[in-house]
Design a protein around this ligand. Sequence first.
Ligand SMILES: [Zn+2]
Length: 290
Amino acid sequence: MPELPEVEVVRAGLERHVAGRVITSVDVLHPRAIRRHVPGADDFAGRLAGVKITAARRRGKYLWLDLADGEAMLAHLGMSGQMLVQPASAPDEKHLRVRVRFADAGPELRFVDQRTFGGLALDELVDVDGTLVPASVAHVGRDPMDPLFDLAAAVAALRGKRTEVKRALLDQTLVSGIGNIYADEALWRARLHGTRPTERLTRAQGELVLTAATEVMADALGAGGTSFDALYVNVNGESGYFERSLAVYGRAGEPCRRCGALIRREAFTNRSSYFCPRCQRRPRRSPMAR
Ligand SMILES: [Zn+2]
């Protein structure tokens, strides 16, 4: 799954290449790609014809286009979804699912998705704390890259949870945009083990781990955000551009960059957690054992 920095790269590309343009027609080439749009393909295409895209937005890992009619076009990238901006003369991609044409006869917007876990849908925009977001994103908390992100409020919410700190970091209603990789990296930077009970974190530890999450995502964005200047907006979840600078994620058995102890991997839900056993001491008793 693409993480926040990858989604931000796509958003910035869409802002540059499709914001301000008026849609003339939409072809839905595979019904699965719009299965989240319950009224169906004809409704989807009909409502978009003649409508202007005003902006490309993101909250956490959620991506959408603001439309001048007060709706939003949500783009779920899933495992393999790509938003491509292509000249009309370019041959159709093998897994092209939706084509959007514009009144200026310029490049098309194409949704390409090999595995069809992703898709597009229209949704109404609603006001949440002074910001317009699609109704289906209303429950998602602001991400740490959001200028209106409130660190103190997020720390208070984190410490108010009765769970483990890694689970809380991944809870998109609390703080959005932190995925498995960035959670592990932030915990390593903050020297916290992921199973630490949130209610026993100090305010300083809460600030440290959320600030670390912000920094690690900003670093990833800095590493990947400059390589997308072409007329080609792409995400495939296999970015790789940030991997060289990861401190723990994917480094089981390799030395910790801070203390030299060997990084450990352990099962976490259906994924893995990576941590340094020396820098990130496991709490004496897991809250799950109560
Ligand atoms: Zn270490």
